[in-house]
Design a protein around this ligand. Structure first.
Ligand code: PLP
Length: 295
């Protein structure tokens, strides 16, 4: 077919994740996040979960060759520059993702989802298949403290131990250039939480311990029942802002501000009987109202 469009094929993002039919987490949270930030994204599904706000009751990983086919079809056609990965599903899917991303030279942001908020295992950062096939393709990893502990094999009860664990992760893959540690689960009673962006400085010679640049953002903890999907939303927002700005430090600051605003705007609502979702659509309305009051 001849290309009748004078514009070049626009850069887009792709999310690779599981589906949450209640709309709070997984691919549904990812698409909402990219959309409210203003970035087009595709969605390749790894597994179907059956769940609501009370928890995950079961999940069905898709056949690995079919997951690979979805990713390849999108990469063959769309100009994908940034990929966000969430729930992987099983070892075969981890391998399929690795194979499909062979030769992909753009950014890969991986949120190493281990379990649902209710504690159901969604497979499995810490497994060798994840390290070999997914972390090896990752440029930016976004673990919470529990995920950081599992991947690094270290206990991360303090800031210093979490930063030491993040440093260890750079040994897993030469491609990994940043680890964004979400501190929300570190001391759950603390009124302030700290997120860290730990970056490898580009000058580190092969085989030597990299110099690290560490940025931190402290924010007041927002106490809310509505936190389902915060991990997925954080990683998607980081991907979207990285795409918009091309600068990881800026993307980190914008993501933390976006999360604070979205969490605060979602506290008052009751959706479902359990851990409620974030209200991405209300974020657009709130932004519209702010825009309207601007001179
Ligand atoms: N992906 C899927 C499909 C899920 O069902 C869940 C949690 O239930 C997650 C990811 C992780 O959710 P969160 O962002 O709350 O860590």
């Amino acid at each position: 077919m001849t290309d009748t469009h004078p514009q070049h094929n626009r850069p887009v993002a792709l999310s690779i994740a599981g589906s949450d039919p209640s709309g709070g987490a997984g691919i549904q949270a990812d698409i909402k996040t990219f959309t409210v930030i203003g970035v087009y994204c595709g969605a390749a599904i790894t597994a179907l979960t059956s769940q609501n706000t009370l928890g995950v009751s079961s999940y069905l990983p898709l056949p690995a060759p079919f997951v690979k086919k979805q990713i390849q079809d999108v990469l063959d056609d769309l100009n994908v520059t940034h990929i966000k990965i969430g729930m992987v599903g099983n070892q075969e899917i981890a391998r399929a993702i690795g194979e499909a991303l062979e030769g992909f030279a753009g950014e890969v942001i991986y949120d190493p989802v281990i379990k649902s908020s209710g504690g159901v295992s969604l497979f499995a950062a810490g497994s060798t298949a994840i390290t070999e096939h997914v972390i090896s393709r990752t440029t930016v990893l976004t673990p919470n403290i529990a995920e950081l502990e599992i991947i690094s094999g270290r206990t991360c009860g303090t800031e210093d131990s979490a930063l030491a664990a993040a440093r260890d992760l750079f040994a897993l893959s030469a491609r990994l250039k940043a680890v964004c540690v979400k501190g929300g689960h570190m001391n759950v009673q603390a009124k302030t939480i700290t997120d860290f962006l730990v970056q490898k400085t580009p000058a580190a010679p092969e085989g030597e311990e990299p110099d690290l640049q560490i940025s931190r953002i402290d924010h007041p903890r927002i106490f809310s029942r509505n936190t389902h999907g915060t991990g997925c939303t954080f990683a998607s927002a980081l991907t979207a802002y990285l795409m918009k700005t091309g600068d990881l430090n800026q993307a980190f600051r914008s993501t933390c501000a976006f999360m604070d605003s979205l969490l605060a705007g979602s506290t008052a609502y009751v959706i479902g009987h359990g851990i409620g979702p974030l209200l991405h659509h209300d974020f657009i309305r709130a932004k519209d109202e702010t825009d309207r009051t601007l001179p």
